[in-house]
Design a protein around this ligand. Structure first.
Ligand code: PLP
Length: 389
């Protein structure tokens, strides 16, 4: 059975060009970039090139790129650096729809005595900018807001939010794990101080990420040990993954204009098709600015987990929310924050596309999904209750 992979916000296929680039760095050029000999030196040169490629995609300087183990580490490093650099400040501003890498960290920090403000979002997932403005205080050590939401694709006005924080001399971090490679980002002339990205969301291997840290910023390292990454992140570099991430960033920059509109077309076709063919459905966050690849749909009167299992039986991979919370039957915190009831939130499916999806795959999903929902509803007490009402 062919797999139709529509779960690209969970993770992506390593691009064939990336795989080809990195293979020799496992068995042929396996030197340590910190070694004094030229065998290691040639790997150091490739790491330098990768740093330039990542910086190129972000409009950053190579020296502002710190390689980490992924999005979660970058998020932790950013927030913890701000708190360590400004120990007198005890307040953090964030949102209720952040990925657990920020949300759970902030909740953990709240238990340690930090004050955490979660700026609410609207029913479309948009940040309440008035509450945000009021939440910035002289005691605020850092703002951490995601650039784009992993479950709905809704994009926050990060440049504006960063500007507002800068006006009050407050550090601004953004979790751009879902945004990088999907929408243009240019850090050259904006007020973002720190930004997290993750390799496996943009067709490079897992276990590699970046923390962008603006030149001149007071940075306190989270991982301490050797002097790699100019003393900002200790540990022998994950060289093959770093080189792969560099290649993936180069590809993403090339594909941004040419391929992303095609992804948007496929996403829109899928979403429109579902809304037309299946009654009692709604696309969450669809009137807000959104990533081109993500669609989050509520199917009333049916459980998301049952939809996923039926799709899986047809070879279609989607998800009910973030991969990090799958397995838990709790409704999504993102959808609850947008005002969905727990029952409706439990009937939501996220479809997230990539440049590798095709028109035929979308047609196949549009053919298989409506009868699945009809069958599941016919067995659902929620549906029978609705019919009787
Ligand atoms: N932030 C967001 C918005 C994400 O979607 C993810 C992964 O799903 C992460 C952070 C965590 O990244 P990683 O898996 O590289 O730790």
């Amino acid at each position: 059975m062919k797999t139709i992979y529509l779960d690209n916000n969970a993770t992506t296929q390593v691009a064939p060009e990336v795989l080809e680039t990195i293979l020799p760095y496992f068995h042929e050029f396996y030197g340590n970039p910190s070694s004094a000999h030229s065998f290691g030196g040639q790997v150091a040169e490739k790491v330098t090139e990768a740093r330039e490629q990542v910086a190129g995609l972000l409009g950053a300087r190579p020296g502002e790129i710190i390689f980490t183990s992924g999005g979660t580490e970058s998020d932790n490093a950013a927030v913890r650096s701000a708190l360590a650099a400004y120990p007198e400040k005890r307040h953090i501003v964030t949102s209720p729809v952040e990925h657990p890498a920020i949300r759970s960290l902030c909740r953990h920090l709240a238990k340690q005595g930090y004050r955490v403000t979660e700026v609410p979002v609207s029913s479309q997932g948009e940040l309440d900018m008035d509450v945000y403005a009021k939440s910035l205080t002289p005691d605020t050590a850092i703002v951490s807001l995601m650039w784009a939401n992993n479950e709905t694709g809704v994009i926050f006005p990060i440049e504006k939010a960063a500007e507002m924080a800068k006006d009050k001399d407050i550090l601004f971090h953004t979790d751009a794990v879902q945004a990088v490679g999907k929408i243009p980002i240019n850090l050259r002339n904006n007020a973002v101080d720190m930004l997290s990205l993750s390799g496996h969301k943009l067709h490079s291997p897992k276990g590699i990420g970046v923390l962008f840290c603006r030149t001149g910023l007071k940075f306190k390292p989270y991982v301490i040990g050797g002097h790699q990454e100019r003393n900002r992140r200790a540990g022998t570099e994950n060289t093959a993954a770093i080189i792969g991430l560099g290649k993936a960033c180069e590809l993403a920059a090339l594909r941004m204009k040419e391929k992303n509109p095609r992804v948007r077309h496929l996403r829109d076709k899928l979403e429109k098709g579902i809304l037309e063919k299946v009654p009692h459905t709604k696309a969450n966050g669809s009137t807000a600015p959104r990533l081109p690849n993500t669609s989050n749909i509520s199917f009333e009167f049916v459980e998301g987990e049952s939809i996923l299992l039926s799709l899986d039986a047809e070879g279609i991979c989607a998800s009910t929310g973030s991969a990090c919370s799958s397995g838990s039957l709790e409704p999504s915190h993102v959808l609850l924050a947008m005002g969905l009831t727990p029952t409706t939130a439990q009937g939501c499916i996220r479809f997230s596309l990539s440049v590798y999806n095709t028109e035929e795959e979308i047609d196949f999903v549009l053919q298989k999904l409506p009868p699945i929902i009809e069958r599941l509803r016919s067995m659902s007490p929620l549906w029978t209750g609705h019919q009787r009402a």
